[in-house]
Design a protein around this ligand. Structure first.
Ligand code: SAH
Length: 351
């Protein structure tokens, strides 16, 4: 495996030979190296995700799948996860599905060999895919994506005194840094922003939107649903949300390429739009706290605490982290794209 220093050297050489590269190419290359080289999750890693905080998260998602599947009347279903990390969410969700007598086929879309190894430890009978194109076409799909869309390459555009330009990455004596590109990029930016003040930034993730649209089309035809949970916003106008995380702290996006997790906020309004274009019914987005509370996470925490009195404090803290407004409850949002031939999914209306 290439070291981070070797990766940074190769990136330096690429920019020296080809000239500046887009922020999206930079983000794509950095994250590919980052995820391929190590397991970033858990207490010793760079960031922690909901399924790693508590088994309750994956269990609620498993019960969500079991309920929707039961009401659909479908016989067989494929459980699909995009970017399953260490496989923790899938293991918890599949246990909850099994408790309801439901045993789906399991498919993981994962590019990182290191994380595939982790996933194999927890879900040995999964089928792995490099990309969504090879997912099965013969039965309904229940597709889960937690903190997947935020890690895909984002293009950024910056308003300069000479108009909009794509934000590019160059290399100079101080290292990597961002500069406006040379070509006009007005066509890539919504018209409402054409007169924005200089310095404004607009970002978009065409890779993520293309995946959401293709999968929405697939569930519309085959049955099933997509559940995307991520941190993000609705009615995004403009602004830079690209960030780097290392050892649970923010780092500089352009320093130490390949050593940090690079992510940006998911544009849920755009995700809903492409889901609809793909032919799916859109539910949400709602906040993670609304989604988990509506599905009954508080009752699950109470029964888990009764069964494990020695863990009461830990379970209470996990519930708080997953659902409190100042923690992951509000910043994280849940969106479902459901086949029009399937019943509506739970968790998006009522309480
Ligand atoms: N869903 C997990 C992990 C989130 S981290 C959790 O909630 O804990 C992002 C995951 O997406 C990792 O598994 C990473 O390897 C994977 N990933 C990133 N880019 C990818 C791509 N282009 N194709 C497939 N998987 C990707």
């Amino acid at each position: 495996m290439q070291t981070q220093a070797d990766f940074a050297d190769a990136l330096r050489q690429r920019i020296a030979e080809q000239g500046k590269i887009s922020v999206a190419d930079y983000m794509g290359a950095c994250n590919a190296h980052y995820y391929a080289s190590h397991d970033p999750l858990g207490a010793k890693g760079d960031f922690i995700t909901s399924p790693e905080i508590s088994q309750m998260f994956g269990e609620m998602i498993g019960l969500w799948c079991a309920d929707l599947w039961a009401r659909s009347g479908a016989e067989t279903v494929h459980y699909v996860e995009l970017g399953p990390g260490r496989g923790t969410l899938a293991a918890d969700a599949l246990r909850a599905l099994a408790s309801q007598g439901r045993h789906p086929h399991v498919h993981f879309v994962e590019t990182s060999p290191v994380l595939r190894g982790e996933q194999r430890k927890r879900v040995p009978n999964a089928t792995w895919h490099e990309a969504i194109e090879t997912l099965p076409g013969d039965a309904p799909l229940l597709i889960i994506a937690n903190e997947f869309f935020d890690a895909l390459p984002y293009h950024q555009y910056i308003k300069t005194y000479s108009g909009w330009r794509e934000r590019m990455v160059v290399l100079d004596d101080d290292g990597f840094r961002s500069v406006p590109g040379d070509l006009p990029a007005e066509k890539k930016v919504p018209e409402r922003l054409h007169d924005a003040v200089a310095g404004s930034i607009y970002e978009t993730c065409p890779t993520g939107l293309a995946i959401a649209r293709a999968l929405a089309g697939q569930v519309a035809r085959q049955g099933g649903a997509i559940l995307a949970i991520d941190y993000g916003h609705e009615n995004y106008n403009a602004g830079d949300t690209l960030q780097a995380l290392n050892a649970h702290a923010y780092a500089d996006v352009f320093s130490n390429p390949g050593a940090n997790d690079l992510t940006a906020h998911v544009d849920f309004t755009a995700m809903a739009r492409v889901g609809k274009l793909g032919g799916a019914r859109v539910q949400g987005p709602v906040s993670q706290s609304f989604f988990l509370n509506t599905l009954g996470i508080t009752a699950r925490a109470a029964s888990l605490s009764r069964a494990h009195p020695e863990r009461i404090e830990e379970i209470g803290m996990a519930l708080h982290r997953l659902t409190a407004d100042e923690e992951m409850g509000t910043l994280f949002r849940a969106l479902a794209l459901v086949s029009p031939s399937w019943p509506p999914a739970a968790g998006f209306t009522g309480a």
